[in-house]
Design a protein around this ligand. Structure first.
Ligand SMILES: NC(=O)c1ccc[n+]([C@@H]2O[C@H](COP(=O)([O-])OP(=O)(O)OC[C@H]3O[C@@H](n4cnc5c(N)ncnc54)[C@H](OP(=O)(O)O)[C@@H]3O)[C@@H](O)[C@H]2O)c1
Length: 453
């Protein structure tokens, strides 16, 4: 038998079939992400086409104020419209990219696009967290595809990693730093020893925080994102409103001083993890984490996600969580994936990683066991420690350590107790009793330790 000799190496790769068809994209919303997406598409167009094997055409762009915009930098003919319905109704548009800022409009666009048999890419985390299953079912009924990568961690491709690279994993937990604003504030408080207000003002000046920062600093943004991560990891959609959330506004610079004495730090952790009897514990809350934990190395406005699987162990992904061009890469990666599916003959994939879902079975609140950091601010007087210890003893909670920084004012004296593991609802009962003690100068702050790798 004779063997065919290998083709000589040319460095050009196998001959590509000619670009057979054009994929046309319509982009609705030209704010931070929309403008970034248009720019990256135009700048990377040839590379995107080489990856896709088809021509990629920016067919239409849409925003209500498009007539006021200078689009001279576009340097290619593109239809413009103020009416998103025209994008959806255009028979030449294959993929509708929805990048508006408001849920009702985003949902209307999504439903209209899928109803018209268009592929859809969206960056709206609230839409996907609250209506993701419904959107997937609609896209499957229409035989089209749905791209959602930009909804979590902006330019960090965590959803693809969970859905594709780790599709055979049985996840134990996912932990994330999912909000760049809060991580910037916390890591600046830590680095410079400044207080929350100062770090927030600086984040607003740099454009990391909105003028009204509530959505970020109270943890709501991270809650939508962890709801999506949880769906992809466990196939159990949770009601977003049922996910407990706590923000970072009560963290003080002194908490970093105490956390450092314990070789720990503080981060806003969004987590979903499997507890006993296949129940899920999902939450967003500030936690005390070891300085050696992988998530402690996520600094500034970055995002980081730690995936814990029962076979592959820990997979950590970090990167940019927001910003026009970083998020545009996620949006356009979805466009490429959808384009590839079209090139392969169509059919819809499973953007949420599952084809069937079970309603989330939540772990009952307060039954989780936590070791905790308790910061009390008191008007100093004799016998304080004894009275706090008596309350803890009454609730059968053991104290692990007591810390007090030197040189603090006696009228407003913060000190810290670390508590041994105990069911959270019992710890909370004890803390609400402590909050009623007459010498407390501020409400107690309770932060659980997160036992992270
Ligand atoms: N910013 C980020 O870094 C980031 C990261 C990840 C995900 N996301 C998500 O991406 C989406 C877009 O965010 P963004 O920051 O780019 O918002 P944005 O800067 O506020 O821009 C929103 C755009 O939508 C347009 N728009 C609103 N209603 C419209 C309508 N009825 N018809 C046509 N256009 C309309 C607005 O322009 P007109 O007023 O001119 O119509 C504007 O161009 C949101 O879902 C957001 O959560 C953002």
């Amino acid at each position: 038998m004779t063997r065919a000799s290998p083709a000589p190496f040319t460095g050009r790769g196998p001959a590509l079939p000619p670009l057979r068809r054009t994929i046309s994209v319509g982009i609705i919303g030209l704010g931070t992400v929309g403008t970034g997406t248009v720019k990256v598409l135009v700048e990377h167009q040839r590379e995107l086409e080489r990856r896709l094997g088809w021509k990629l055409q920016l067919k239409t762009i849409c925003s209500r104020s498009i007539h006021k915009r200078d689009l001279s930098w576009l340097r290619q003919p593109v239809n413009t419209t103020r009416d998103w319905r025209q994008v959806v109704a255009d028979p030449k548009v294959d993929i509708v990219v929805e990048l508006v800022d408001e849920l009702r409009t985003a949902r209307a666009i999504a439903n209209a696009a899928l109803g018209a048999g268009k592929n859809l890419v969206t960056a709206n985390k609230q839409l996907v967290a609250e209506h993701g299953v419904e959107l997937v079912e609609r896209s499957q009924a229409a035989g089209v595809n749905l791209g959602i990568e930009a909804c979590v961690a902006g330019g960090t491709p965590v959803l693809h990693a969970i859905r594709e690279g780790l599709a055979a994993e049985n996840f134990v937990a996912v932990y994330g730093i999912l909000n760049g604003t809060t991580n910037y504030i916390l890591t600046e408080m830590e680095r410079r020893g400044c207080d929350f207000r100062e770090a927030l003002a600086e984040a607003q000046e740099k454009g990391y925080a909105e003028p009204d920062p509530t959505f970020d600093v109270e943890g709501y943004d991270a809650r939508y994102k962890v709801a999506i991560l949880s769906m992809l990891c466990f196939g159990q959609p949770a009601r977003v409103a049922d996910i407990p959330v706590e923000g970072i506004t009560r963290i003080d610079r002194v908490d970093f001083a105490y956390a450092h004495r314990l070789n720990h730090t503080i981060r806003l952790i969004a987590a979903a993890r499997r507890q006993k009897a296949d129940r899920l514990e999902i939450f967003v809350r500030p936690m005390i984490i070891s300085q050696r934990a992988q998530l402690a190395s996520v600094l500034g406005a970055a995002n980081g996600i730690l995936l814990v699987g029962n076979k592959g162990g820990n997979t950590m992904i970090t990167g940019r969580g927001a910003g026009g061009e970083a998020t545009a890469v996620a949006v356009l990666s979805d466009v490429v994936e959808i384009g590839r599916a079209m090139a392969a003959g169509g059919g819809s994939t499973t953007p949420l990683g599952y084809t069937t879902w079970h309603p989330a079975r939540s772990a009952p609140w307060g039954e989780n066991v936590i070791a905790a950091y308790l910061r009390l601010v008191v008007r100093d007087q004799p016998g304080i420690l004894a009275r706090v210890c008596a309350v803890l003893a009454r609730h059968r909670i053991n104290i692990d350590s007591v810390l007090q920084e030197p040189g603090l004012t006696k009228k407003h004296l913060p000190f810290v107790m670390t508590l041994e593991p105990m069911r959270e609802k019992l710890v909370r009962r004890a803390v609400s009793d402590i909050a009623r003690l007459p010498f407390l100068a501020a409400p107690p702050l309770l932060l659980p330790f997160a036992d992270l790798p």
